[in-house]
Design a protein around this ligand. Structure first.
Ligand code: NAD
Length: 426
């Protein structure tokens, strides 16, 4: 019997991202001796917006979708965070994702607060025109709460450059002026930044490089398993393969593939573009999607969705490094199991911060009206990611905690400091 079939189901509360976020926040706040007032401020999102989005479908029927925008904190600057389209989006999930954005921006020390948005819908069953109408109406419904100085959305699961272009255009129509800095992750020809598309995956690679260096392990030939083959997973895999890593398995929602000699990632991307799936890729064998996470490897890179590593399977993970490309891929209950097994965790609020870092560059470039070359973007991304990796590892050593706790403590301390300076709670 395989390891995956031996294990039990995750506990129900483990599936709630807000519970996962709050458990880590509580623990870090306790260790920091955070005062009661600041605890209350930081455990409560600043604003939770729920909107009804009436849209005419292509067949003439009217449908009403539900959309959310949560701003967790604006203490360190305008709120910042993606918009996701998925059938299982919930207010709790968006609240958790918004808080993680606050902590993430603080870990990499960029001047943003945290926000997130989502619409309950299944893009697989919507035409491009329907998606455009939903996006435009959602943008109009939240228009007074977003803006370059207020809240700056970006792409997330199932949203892309095109969706960002529609948000920018709708906002600009209402403002009667083109306002590119209202969203990031736009097409390069419309105020987007070079390097944004691959930024999250590149950030993952940079922190993996640092982790392997820290552990005294070679990059060349290090075996990597990637869960999720979307923006983050595919571009992390592509860049890591080019840097010498060996990507031995990749999964997506429909299944997983494995080749112990390493997959040709560019060929896989081309194959997926042509066939709309990674399955039946000629130079690989199929493997169970959940079991792919348990393969023997140096780096496991979950880049799909929340709560993939839980009390159910954490004990069976064999990777030496867990690099969290996704937001919240690990439940709070799994943390202790990973700790006991000495797995070096690069927590989401640091590992996937490359995306928001280049989003920050995009926002700066839009406001300057002056665009940087790719070399400069990569150089500045490298500097920010390696500095934050070192800050987190140093904090972990100083407080004798794991990397996740160290990252939360660093972030909470920075946000609390800003709140005290602003005197918001006086
Ligand atoms: P995406 O929609 O481009 O890709 C998601 C991928 O995950 C798809 O390949 C999908 O098939 C796969 N997937 C979904 N469920 C799966 C499962 N159970 N097992 C295996 N694969 C599964 O999304 P994305 O933008 O790449 O985002 C992925 C994660 O990274 C999310 O948690 C997101 O919040 C986070 N993130 C994204 C960015 C960004 O810049 N896009 C930045 C930071 C964090």
């Amino acid at each position: 019997m395989s390891a995956a079939t031996l294990v039990t189901t995750p506990r129900d509360y483990e599936k709630n991202a807000w519970v996962s976020q709050s458990a880590r926040f509580d623990q870090a706040a306790r260790r920091l001796n955070l005062d009661d007032g600041l605890y209350k401020i930081l455990s409560t999102p600043t604003r939770e917006i729920i909107v009804a989005i009436p849209v005419q479908l292509d067949d003439g029927r009217l449908e009403v979708f539900t959309g959310y925008r949560v701003q967790h904190s604006i203490a360190r600057g305008p709120a910042k965070g993606g918009i996701r389209y998925a059938p299982d989006v919930s207010l709790d999930e968006v609240k958790a994702l918004a808080s993680w954005m606050t902590w993430k921006c603080a870990v990499v020390n960029i001047p943003f607060g945290g926000a997130k948005g989502g619409i309950i819908c299944d893009p697989r069953y919507l035409s491009p025109l329907e998606l455009e109408r939903i996006t435009r109406r959602y943008t109009a419904e939240i228009i007074e709460y977003i803006g370059p100085e207020r809240d700056v959305p970006a792409p997330d699961v199932n949203t892309d450059e095109q969706v960002m272009a529609w948000v920018m255009d709708t906002y600009s129509m209402h403002m009667r002026q083109t306002t590119t800095a209202v969203v990031t992750g736009k097409p390069v020809n419309l105020g987007g930044s070079l390097g944004r598309r691959e930024a999250t995956g590149r950030g993952c690679m940079i922190v993996c490089n640092e982790a392997l260096k820290h552990l005294g392990m070679p990059i060349e030939g290090a075996r990597v398993v990637v869960q999720g083959f979307g923006n983050v997973g595919s571009l992390a895999a592509l860049q890591m393969a080019a840097a010498g890593y060996k990507i031995i398995a990749v999964s997506s929602i429909e299944g997983a593939i494995h080749n112990r000699h390493g997959l040709d990632i560019q060929a896989l991307i081309d194959y997926r573009r042509k066939h709309d799936t990674i399955l039946r890729f000629p130079e690989a064998e199929p493997v169970d999607r959940d079991e792919a996470l348990l393969l023997d490897c140096e780096v496991l890179l979950p880049a799909a969705t929340e709560n993939q590593i839980t009390s159910r399977n954490a004990a069976h993970i064999k990777a030496r490094v867990l690099c969290e490309g996704a937001n919240g891929p690990t439940s709070a209950d799994a943390d202790e199991i990973l700790d006991n097994n000495k797995i070096f965790v690069i927590p989401d609020i640091m590992a996937n911060a490359g995306g928001v870092t280049v989003s920050y560059f995009e926002w700066v470039q839009d406001r300057q009206g002056y665009f940087w070359n790719l070399e400069l973007i990569y150089e500045r991304l490298q500097e920010i990611m390696t500095n934050s990796f070192r800050d987190v590892v140093r904090n972990a050593e100083k407080h004798q905690v794991n990397n996740r706790m160290a990252a939360y403590m660093l972030a909470i301390d920075r946000v609390a400091f800003a709140i005290r300076l602003r005197g918001l709670y006086a």
